[in-house]
Design a protein around this ligand. Sequence first.
Ligand code: GRF
Length: 203
Amino acid sequence: LKVGVLISGRGSNLAALIEAARAADYPAEIACVVSNRADAPGLEIAAAAGIPTAIVSHRDHPDRETFDRAVSAELERHGSGLVVLAGFMRIFSPWFPARWANRLINIHPSLLPAFKGMHVQRQALDAGVRLSGCTAHLVIPDLDSGPIIAQAAVPVLAGDTEETLSARILRQEHRLYPLVVRWFAEGRVNIAGNKVTVEGVAC
Ligand code: GRF
């Protein structure tokens, strides 16, 4: 399976996917990385791994859908069959999730549906929850609301700051996201309405 990854920044999830895809038995290949920001550090991670990169700036496009179509054209040019959002910070027009319906995934650093939007680790600390984590989900037009594919939980510890909690969650993201991409590549992800099941995975 050819995977297109969309980033806006750091690219640590991208790095985890690249690392996973190095294994001979990994069934997916990172075919291209598209960033909406020219200064995204993740672009260098991709280039160092020999992966084609493209910058599609929202500033060069008059509206969201035109931008979305330009991003999509890059993904298509490299034969992407799955689009993976990895710290991509632009909101799509409805066109993009429709174009890539059931083949567009995101990872979010909370246990959805709790804590949508920005600064979600801060939201978790402020709410006093004892568990948080990350959620891999299908992307639909509503932000952070698509069908859940998989989650990983971490404890919230006394004395946690946004930084310590984020780091604990991020370690799980780096484990979970390559696994989810593997499931797609193996054709084990079944989508029925808003319920996702994965063959061979009990929960
Ligand atoms: C991660 O926390 C991810 O959950 C969120 O954006 C962040 C991206 O980090 N969607 P990175 O660019 O992959 O390091």
